[in-house]
Design a protein around this ligand. Structure first.
Ligand code: CA
Length: 185
């Protein structure tokens, strides 16, 4: 039983270790692939050492460590294309209707204001979907406005919640930031 838990633990660990390939995300798919492969080999080597030379175990750990890389490679190119395709509309709509969206005139469209905007019947269904898109991608389009820290007695850890808001400046720079992020994808 203990061996099984150890194995599951190592599988999780190798998966998270493999996720570090995301660190070179902006350098493009080739860099992600290379770093992912190196991390997998390191994980396999460690697995090989601690299991006294079990090759199947090393291969299993290498495969698990490489899963995040496959996920990044498979999803990122599409994500980038989709975001870029809708960005012009989002920015145009956001800037044109900024006053209607920023109901308290704070200069930032808060998460609550986005939620309200998404159900605002003054907007067409297409416009409401644009607001939903803004909300779904608020961390990418906007900026951090607040972080809440709460003590969680169950896990004895501090849980944090990050809030995002979208300003006019965020909207104006969004397409440029997007192009930079996905430039090699
Ligand atoms: Ca506001």
């Amino acid at each position: 039983m203990a061996t099984l838990f150890l194995l599951i633990g190592l599988c999780f660990l190798s998966y998270f270790f493999g996720s570090m390939a995301a660190l070179v995300f902006t350098s493009g798919p080739a860099a992600v692939f290379i770093l992912g492969a190196i991390l997998s080999l390191v994980a396999a080597y460690v697995a090989h050492q601690i299991s006294d030379g079990k090759l199947t175990f090393a291969i299993l750990i290498a495969a698990i460590a490489f899963i995040p890389t496959i996920r990044i490679l498979r999803n990122s190119s599409n994500d980038g294309k989709e975001l870029k395709a809708i960005a012009t509309e989002v920015v145009q709509f956001g800037l044109e209707h900024f006053t209607a969206l920023d109901t308290d005139s704070s200069g930032t469209i808060s998460e609550n204001e986005m939620t309200h905007g998404a159900s605002n019947r003054q907007f067409t269904s297409v416009q409401r979907r644009l607001v939903e898109h803004m909300y779904a991608h608020r961390s990418r389009i906007g900026h951090v406005t607040d972080v809440d820290y709460d003590w969680n007695p169950a896990t004895e850890t501090i849980d944090s919640t990050t809030y995002y808001g979208i300003s006019k400046l965020d909207l104006q720079s969004y397409q440029h930031r997007l192009a930079e992020r996905y430039k090699r994808w």
